[in-house]
Design a protein around this ligand. Structure first.
Ligand code: 3Y8
Ligand code: NAP
Length: 257
C-alpha cells in the first residue's frame, strides 16, 4: 500500500498536493512551520522539523511511508540533503519535484553570485536603494552594508529587531506579478534587486520588473544538493508513482474506485 510524504512549501508542491488528493492516493503534506498561517492543503498536514535526517528516517519508518517527494524550494538545501540521507537509510523511494532555474534574457542586467555573502559584497557600500526580497532568514548577511536603504518583503511581520538600520518593510505573500513589483520598486526608488534563483513563477515578478526598469539584479545561484532523482512536472511525478517506483499501484480504474 502506497503512503506518500510530500515535503512542501512551494507552488509546485501545492499543485502536486491537488493531484495526489484527486488521485485519492494516501499522502501527508509537510511544512517546516516557517510562517504563521501557511496555505491550507487538500491533504493531511504536519508542521515542523523532523529532528534532522535521523528524525526523518524514524518518521518514515514509524509512519510506514513508502515514497517521499521533495517539492521544497531549491534553497531548502538542508531539507533536501536530509531527505536523500533518510530515504537511503530507511529504504524509501525518493524523487524531487524541482523547477528549472531562471536564465537571463535580453535586457537583463544580472550580476551572478554564489552566496548571500557575495551578494552583499556586490552591492555599493552606501547610497543604494536595494529590494531585498529573499525572506527574513537571510537578512544578517547584509548587515555589513548598513549605509544602503533596504526594501524588505516578508511573509510575516518581523518579531525581533531587524539586523539592518535603514529599511522599509512590505508584508506580503507571493505569488507576485510584474506590474505590482514594478510599481513597488518605482515607489521606493529602487536601484538594485537581490534575488535567489528560485525558478518558477511565484518569485519571478521582481526579476521581470527589474528588466522593464533597466535595473541590475544580483542573482544568487542555487546551493548544491546531493544526487537524487529530479522530475520537473506534476505529471512526471504521478507517472513515477504509478509506474517507475518500486511499489506498484494500479491506475484508479483497475482499483475499482
Ligand atoms: C512556509 C507557505 C504555494 C507556495 C507559494 C514559490 C512561490 C509564493 C515567492 C519575493 C520572493 C521567498 C520566500 C517566496 C515565494 C511562493 C510559495 C514562495 C519568496 C510560503 C510558505 C512558506 C514560505 C517560507 C518562505 C521563507 C522565504 C521564502 C518568502 C505559506 C509563503 C523570499 C523565497 O519570512 C520568512 O521567514 C520566510 C521564509 C523560507 C525564504 C527565506 O529564506 O526567508 N519562503 N513561503 C513553508 C514552510 O513552513 O514549510 O506560508 O503558505 C510559500 C511560497 N513562497 O503553496 O503557493 O513556490 O517559490 N517565499 C525566494 O524565492 O527567494 C518571496 O518576495 O519576491
Ligand atoms: P532548510 O534550511 O533546507 O531546512 C532547515 C530545516 O527546516 C530542515 O532541516 C528541517 O528541520 C526543516 N524543514 C525544512 N523544510 C521542511 C518541510 N517542508 N517540512 C518539515 N520540515 C522542514 O529549509 P528552508 O530554506 O528554511 O525552507 C523551509 C520551508 O520554506 C520549506 O518548506 C521550503 O520549501 C519553503 N520555502 C523556502 C524558500 C527558501 O528560499 N528557502 C522559498 C520558498 C519556500 P529538521 O532538520 O528538524 O527536520
Amino acid at each position: 500500500m502506497m503512503r506518500i510524504l510530500l515535503l512542501g512549501g512551494t507552488t509546485e508542491a501545492s499543485r502536486l498536493a491537488m493531484a495526489l488528493a484527486e488521485a485519492d492516493l494516501e499522502a501527508v503534506f509537510s511544512y517546516a512551520g516557517r510562517t504563521a498561517r501557511p496555505i491550507a492543503q487538500p491533504l493531511p498536514l504536519r508542521v515542523g522539523g523532523f529532528g534532522g535526517a535521523e528524525g526523518l528516517a524514524g518518521y518514515l519508518q514509524s509512519e510506514g511511508i513508502t515514497h517521499v517527494i521533495d517539492a521544497t524550494h531549491p534553497f531548502a538545501a538542508q531539507m533536501s540533503a536530509n531527505a536523500v540521507y533518510a530515504c537511503d537509510l530507511a529504504g524509501v523511494d525518493l524523487c524531487a519535484l524541482e523547477r528549472p532555474a531562471w536564465q537571463a534574457q535580453a535586457g537583463d542586467d544580472w550580476r551572478h553570485v554564489d552566496s548571500l555573502a557575495e551578494a552583499a559584497a556586490a552591492l555599493p557600500d552606501a547610497g543604494a536603494r536595494v529590494f531585498l526580497a529573499i525572506g527574513k532568514q537571510n537578512l544578517a548577511a547584509f548587515a555589513g552594508k548598513p549605509e544602503n536603504h533596504y526594501l524588505l518583503r516578508l511573509v510575516d511581520p518581523p518579531e525581533a529587531a531587524l539586523p539592518l538600520p535603514d529599511t522599509s518593510v512590505e508584508i506580503a505573500r507571493g505569488p507576485f506579478d510584474a506590474a505590482g513589483d514594478r510599481a513597488l520598486m518605482q515607489a521606493h526608488g529602487i536601484t538594485h534587486v537581490v534575488s535567489k534563483n528560485a525558478g518558477g513563477s511565484g518569485a519571478a515578478a521582481k526579476v521581470e520588473a527589474a528588466r522593464d526598469l533597466g535595473l541590475p539584479v544580483i542573482m544568487i545561484a542555487r546551493p548544491e544538493v546531493p544526487q537524487r532523482r529530479v522530475l520537473a512536472t506534476v505529471a512526471e511525478v504521478m507517472s513515477w508513482l504509478r509506474g517507475g517506483a518500486h511499489h506498484e499501484v494500479a491506475p484508479a480504474a483497475e482499483r475499482g474506485v
